[in-house]
Design a protein around this ligand. Structure first.
Ligand code: ARG
Ligand code: ZN
Length: 410
């Protein structure tokens, strides 16, 4: 039973809709032009009649007025869904009419070489080997540790990047919370590459690595990531079992002790935003939280990399209240460019409790950000490899800018 069936309270919202569909799946973009009530009814009806995979936001419970909604349905349901939309006066657009084709087209990198490559999506085995290699080849700057193991027993690697020194402050950045957001691990790898290859030549990078230690966690939800390569490309959660349910997995970004499961998260194990049986119920989130708690005295900033929608979010997401240094965060988020939307999570997108950004902030890490990388919905999670480089380059600029802020360095 998906959460949409229970949603009677949404009858008065006014969403702007965008639909993702068809295996082959269809991907739609839609806009309401009619009465709110009809639209929402249509929405709930579609949601409860057909299997829907929400892409953005992740569940119907996170839909709020004026929000665009992306989702995917199976190909054989698409004509029914379309006629429903049409009858209800919902304007829509199909963005992907055959998701399989687009998923195949993800691998459009013109790099032909096999093995690890920064402009390709690397599978876990390749990334794991890369973490060892990059540390071995740059012993003066990079070291690798293990902060725990995943539900299925895979080691969770953490890279420490920086010139050794005493009393250094640190920055923590993780990637790969959500399995299907492939551009995220690609960015963590890119960042490490840039660090080791521009240290000594790029003034800012040199300054950063001399003054700070960067903890880079390339993939947190490794089990989920592996599953997206081997079984189901659109998997989001961890792969842990749930007692009393045959559904698998917990949303790692609803599993932290920050207003845990109070809003924008589901208590049902079958849902994509399932908050888990308790805060830090997942071995992966527990390992991350333990590491940060242990290193709280040095960690000054926390960055967590997701996709998609091109946004830079900061606390809070579990409440509409804004953090005490809101103005400072707005400044940090606003100076680096215009391509991204930014603001507090709750007011910019939706209430979603249990996120690592809010948790880190409440631990005292005052510079806490969630990046939502490319794109804004053309490809969504199926972002082609040819966009890895531009995405990482623009994100690197932003990240360096934030890291360079006086607040953090001084
Ligand atoms: N799309 C992200 C998610 O749903 C947004 C995270 C924003 N932060 C938060 N604490 N909800 O996980
Ligand atoms: Zn995510």
């Amino acid at each position: 039973i998906s959460s949409c069936v229970l949603l009677t309270t949404l009858l008065l919202i006014h969403p702007r809709m965008k639909f993702l569909m068809k295996l082959p799946y269809y991907y739609y973009q839609a806009r309401d032009t009619n009465l709110t009530i009809t639209i929402t009814y249509v929405y709930i009806f579609i949601c409860s009649t057909f299997q829907i995979d929400f892409w953005n936001p992740e569940t119907i419970t996170q839909v709020k007025p004026e929000m665009r909604v992306d989702f995917r349905v199976e190909a054989d349901k698409s004509s029914d869904v379309e006629s429903l939309l049409e009858q209800s006066g919902v304007e829509y657009e199909i963005l992907i009419d055959n998701l399989k084709t687009v998923l195949d087209a993800q691998f459009d990198s013109n790099v032909r070489a096999t093995g690890h490559n920064y402009e390709k999506y690397n599978n876990w085995e390749t990334i794991a080997a890369w973490t060892a290699d990059i540390a071995a080849q740059n012993a003066n700057l990079v070291s690798r540790t293990e902060i725990g193991t995943t539900f299925q027993g895979r080691p969770i690697y953490l890279l420490k990047v920086g010139k050794s020194g005493s009393n250094k402050k640190a920055i923590f950045m993780d990637c790969g919370f959500h399995a299907r957001e492939w551009i995220s691990p690609a960015f963590c790898q890119w960042f490490v590459k840039e660090a080791v290859s521009t240290y000594g030549s790029d003034t800012l990078m040199t300054r950063l690595l001399n003054n700070l230690d960067f903890y880079i966690l390339p993939v947190l939800n490794i089990d989920g990531y592996v599953y997206t390569w081997t079984n189901y490309r659109m998997w989001r959660k961890t792969r842990s079992t749930n007692s009393g349910s045959s559904c698998i997995g917990t949303d790692p970004n609803r599993n932290f002790n920050a207003g845990w499961c109070s809003a924008g998260a589901s208590k049902r194990p079958c849902d994509d935003t399932y908050c888990g049986s308790a805060p830090e119920s997942e071995k992966e989130t527990k390992a991350l939280a333990d590491f940060i708690r242990k290193n709280l005295s040095t960690i000054k900033a926390y960055l967590t990399i997701h996709s998609y929608s091109q946004m830079l979010l900061f606390p809070y997401s579990y409440t509409y209240s804004v953090p005490e240094n809101y103005a400072e965060l707005v400044k940090l988020a606003s100076l680096y460019g215009t391509k991204y939307t930014f603001g507090s999570g709750a007011s910019t997108i939706y209430l979603a409790a249990g996120g690592s950004d809010d948790w880190a902030y409440d631990q005292g890490i005052k510079y806490s950000f969630t990046f939502e990388l490319r794109d804004t919905g053309r490809y969504g999670f199926a972002l082609p490899e040819s966009q890895i480089k531009p995405t990482c380059e623009e994100t690197l600029k932003a990240v360096k800018y934030i890291y360079n802020a006086n607040y953090i360095l001084s």
